[in-house]
Design a protein around this ligand. Structure first.
Ligand SMILES: Cc1cc2nc3c(=O)[nH]c(=O)nc-3n(C[C@H](O)[C@H](O)[C@H](O)COP(=O)(O)OP(=O)(O)OC[C@H]3O[C@@H](n4cnc5c(N)ncnc54)[C@H](O)[C@@H]3O)c2cc1C
Length: 386
């Protein structure tokens, strides 16, 4: 399927694959075992210019869209899913900034990102609205020289590590009351404190932390788009870029599970009979089903990316369904790989155990699998998503 990718994207994929082999994969187990944020991966990706993947070419980036993001996160996730998640959330945040960037934001954020000197990320989720990430309770008050923001964001990937945070808010001020807006909060903004690390079942290196904003002042130029634009950002930019970044990540995990199963089937031979596991018919069938699932998921994701990037009128159900599908494929294949690879895979913190733990994040990261299936059905039936 790789031969169908545009030449420019193939070359970015090859650059990423080389970095993964030399700089990301060697430390992947350490990232998981020590819950360490993958600074080395972000550094390597920055040095190769890949932090600017979704920055428009006019500001020094690669101008990649949904397809490009899914292909690059897939390539990273095969070795280090936490790195793919951190990189993916940076690219989604970048796409949000780029969507309606002012001259100030282009120079201050996009150029820096393209030069590999700035990491951003999304801070949308809150305890109060949970999976309904598009309904923030973090407040925004308008003042003469900017905004004052208060609230607590949950599960912020790259928390405490990124240079800026795309934060969603709801206005309290008279006249603007009820308007949802996104703003960029810089890492050193006053009133920002980081609460304890959330210790994940998987995706352990993503530095997921609650972010408290206590009367945090944000300059006027850090508003994204117009006041009240947040809903547009969430459904036109955040959701499609996030879904494709995560679909790629979970596809990479599914491929890793398939590869591990194939390796074990080829290598395992019994001393008492000389029989190889690959000669066992029922395992041949299981392996074939796993391979087919990966190909189907990849085809769905690639088609979703192509439709999304070209503004195809029917892109929506493709984009909505592909992260749910990739999550299910990854969890199923990780389970299958654990069965096929036997006791070695079931040992504490084996590679397959890590894949299974990381894959399981797919179903709880919002938009969650259940919500996505419901939204896909609604879009196919001509109903509004919410
Ligand atoms: C590894 C990881 C990284 C994350 N990174 C970020 C990040 O960078 N930025 C960020 O903003 N957030 C991030 N999140 C937050 C993520 O999006 C949250 O997990 C999400 O908001 C779910 O919130 P919750 O735990 O309160 O779930 P709950 O709201 O308690 O939901 C529990 C379950 O109920 C289901 N549910 C709820 N309502 C409905 C409904 N109407 N119909 C059907 N099912 C429903 C949900 O689908 C879910 O399965 C991350 C989460 C994880 C696990």
């Amino acid at each position: 399927m790789e031969h169908l990718l545009p030449a420019r994207l193939r070359s970015l994929q090859e650059i990423t694959a080389a970095l993964v082999e030399t700089r990301i994969a060697p430390q992947a187990s350490l990232v998981d075992e020590t819950s360490q944020w993958p600074a080395h991966s972000m550094k390597a990706l920055g040095e190769a210019g890949l932090l600017g993947l979704t920055v428009p070419e006019a500001f020094g980036g690669h101008g990649q869209g949904l397809l490009g993001l899914s292909v690059i996160t897939e390539t990273i996730a095969g070795a280090c899913p936490s790195s793919a998640l951190c990189f993916g959330m940076h690219c989604v945040g970048t796409a949000v900034i780029a969507a309606k960037a002012t001259g100030f934001q282009q120079e201050r954020y996009l150029r820096e990102i393209a030069e590999g000197r700035h990491i951003t990320t999304l801070a949308l989720s809150e305890h109060g609205s949970g999976a309904h990430f598009y309904l923030p309770e973090t407040t925004l008050d308008v003042e003469s020289d900017g905004f004052v923001i208060s609230g607590t964001k949950q599960f912020v990937t790259n928390g405490g590590q990124a240079d800026s945070y795309v934060v969603s808010t709801v206005a309290r001020s008279e006249g603007d009351s009820g308007d949802f807006s996104c703003v960029i909060v810089d890492r050193d903004a006053e009133g920002v404190t980081w609460l304890d690390h959330w210790k994940g079942f998987g995706m352990r290196g993503n530095s997921s932390r609650p972010m408290r904003l206590d009367q945090t002042r944000v300059p006027q130029e850090n508003l994204l788009g117009e006041k009240g634009d947040q809903v547009w950002y969430v459904f036109e930019v955040v959701a499609p870029f996030f879904l494709m970044a995560m679909a790629g990540t979970y596809l990479g995990l599914a491929q890793a599970a398939l590869d591990a199963a194939g390796e074990h089937l080829r290598a395992r031979r019994y001393s008492h009979s000389g029989e190889s596991l690959r000669d066992v018919e029922s395992l041949q069938v299981r392996y074939a089903e796993m391979w087919t699932a990966v190909q189907k998921t990849r085809a769905l994701i690639r088609e979703a990316g192509r439709r999304g990037d070209t503004g195809h009128p029917d892109a929506l159900p493709w984009i909505l369904s592909c992260k749910a599908d990739a999550g299910e494929t990854a969890v199923w294949l990780a389970n299958e790989a654990m069965t096929i690879c036997g006791g070695a895979a079931y040992r504490d913190n084996s590679r397959i155990a890590q894949i299974l733990r990381d894959a399981r994040a797919a179903h709880v990261m919002s938009p969650t699998t259940d919500l996505l299936k419901q939204w896909t059905g609604r879009s196919l039936l001509g109903l509004p998503l919410l």
